[in-house]
Design a protein around this ligand. Sequence first.
Ligand SMILES: [Zn+2]
Length: 200
Amino acid sequence: MKTNIKILGIFSAVILFALLAFKPLEKKVIVIDAGHGGQDLGAVANGVQEKTILETISKKIKALNKDSNVEIVLLREGDHFMELSERVSIINKLNPDLVISLHINSSENMDANGVQAFVSAKKEFYEKSKENAEKIINEVSGENLLKGKIAEANFYILKNSNCPAITLEIGYLSNNKDRVYLLSESGQNEIATKILESVK
Ligand SMILES: [Zn+2]
């Protein structure tokens, strides 16, 4: 009898473990905020517009995602203007796990290059934002896009989103090497794949 109880106990533990192991994971929601749009072109260099590259890369991130536990939400899918307040209001309704505001840098110094990230110093989401920024910047940088710094910034979207948020500056449009990479199909695919990998 004692043995039966013991076996029953082990059996229940196994069942419980199996149930816990197969409990569906909660979906991770990642918002990709392609900067600019419409009359707001963002950075322009050699006839290339920041808003267009950002829209293309954002769509690639969503299209590449085959993970049913991750949902990619694009804030801007077409070439239209969006107020920052409109973006934040959508973000706060979605309450996502992370917002990545995508931008491309530009500088009068044509040597300036590489990928950089910004986070808000706002206490409650600082650690999570910084942790994500480090992960993304490590993944996206490489021989094509040099690794830049993570800095604190008071950007509207970072400051007003009630969730972890980062602004990612994927290279400099003003730098020849960065621009060639950002404009190439293979470069855009690589950036999109790496961003997606780092948020899974
Ligand atoms: Zn921008």
